[in-house]
Design a protein around this ligand. Structure first.
Ligand code: F6P
Length: 327
């Protein structure tokens, strides 16, 4: 039990994710509940370096639970990657007597948090907030569920027009180097094929899959392409396929940042609320240099290093289901 903690700083960093606001709210309210002062740091690590820090009260985080984005704003800080930047950040924390940090974000955020923890011994807990779902030590990251719902809703609309015109669509989804959004969207939207970075699908295999679909009189064809795919993004894959089907009308849609916005789903609000409280309780109970995650419905603390470095794999079972259902 670390009852010495008096002031907790909270920041969001890296790509924003729906549910980050719910997580900030949970950190602030749990902090106040346990009689700590909580400070909001704007613009991620840049705000820590530039001293953009202000005290948050219970009411400062009213009416944000349901909002997308992050009211603290976010950034991918280059300065925090330098020893000088981190020194400045440490001095600002010292100056304000902030003795612990909750950092909400993805692997870049945790890499920075871990360095800071190792260099300065700052007590820090990470909360996984990224649409990519690519962190080990948690079944889901905050924002993933909402992003998948957004993607599926958009793809449903594309299917309407694809069916009307007998067109083949290649739809690119986000996920950086991971295929979690793609597999989820592929199953949820009934895609004929899903291309992900973790699994190679050659152009020949894709052509064979599409030909089978044509033979089976598929009504419309949607191929989901993860942005980090081995054969390139949706534009590159569509170009290769076009060579084999010169008479077929092929279109490309890149969903892009659409997937990052919008109101968080019920799942993400619950996850963010649980993890925000878990982060504060973790700090109070003496955890540091860890990420709070949820595995099999239970809160688990995993070293930041493992959360970033242990590769989380796309579920084999889900990939198999996607293939079976694409016939
Ligand atoms: O990590 C979240 C994410 O949305 C990735 O899926 C994507 O590759 C990247 O961020 C995009 O980053 P930016 O918003 O900086 O272009």
């Amino acid at each position: 039990m670390d009852s010495n903690i008096k002031r907790i700083g909270v920041l969001t960093s890296g790509g924003d994710a729906p549910g980050m606001n719910a997580a900030i709210r949970a950190v602030v309210r749990a902090g106040v509940f346990y009689e700590k002062e909580v400070y909001g740091i704007s613009r991620g690590y840049d705000g820590l370096i530039n001293d953009e820090i202000k005290k948050l009260e219970v009411r400062s985080v009213g009416n944000i639970l349901e909002r997308g984005g992050t009211f603290l704003k976010s950034a991918r800080s280059m300065d925090f990657k330098t020893p000088e930047g981190r020194k400045k950040a440490y001095e600002n924390l010292q100056k304000r007597g902030i003795d612990a940090l909750v950092t909400i974000g993805g692997d870049g955020t945790f890499t920075g948090a871990n360095l800071f923890f190792q260099e300065y011994g700052i007590k820090v807990i990470g909360v996984p907030g990224t649409i990519d779902n690519d962190l080990s030590g948690t079944d889901y990251t905050i924002g993933f569920d909402t992003a998948c719902n957004t993607a599926i809703e958009a793809i449903d609309k594309i299917r309407d027009t694809a069916t009307s015109h007998d067109r083949l669509f290649f739809i690119e989804v986000m996920g950086r180097d991971a295929g979690f959004i793609a597999v989820n969207a592929g199953i949820g939207s009934g895609a004929v094929a899903t291309l992900i970075p973790e699994r190679e699908m050659t152009t020949e295999q894709l052509i064979a899959r599409l030909n089978k679909g044509f033979k089976n009189r598929k009504l419309s064809n949607i191929v989901i392409v993860a942005e980090g795919g081995k054969s390139g993004g949706a534009i590159e894959v569509a170009d290769k396929v076009r060579e084999h089907f010169p008479n077929y009308d092929i279109k490309v849609t890149i969903l892009g940042h659409l997937q990052r916005g919008g109101k968080p789903s019920s799942f993400d609000r619950l996850l963010a609320s649980r993890l925000g409280v878990a982060a504060v309780e973790g700090l109070i109970n003496g955890h540091s240099g860890m990420m709070a995650g949820i595995i099999n419905q239970k809160v688990v603390y995993t070293p930041l290093e493992s959360a970033i470095n242990n590769t989380k794999v796309v579920d084999e079972e889900e990939f198999r289901v996607a293939k079976i259902l694409s016939i």
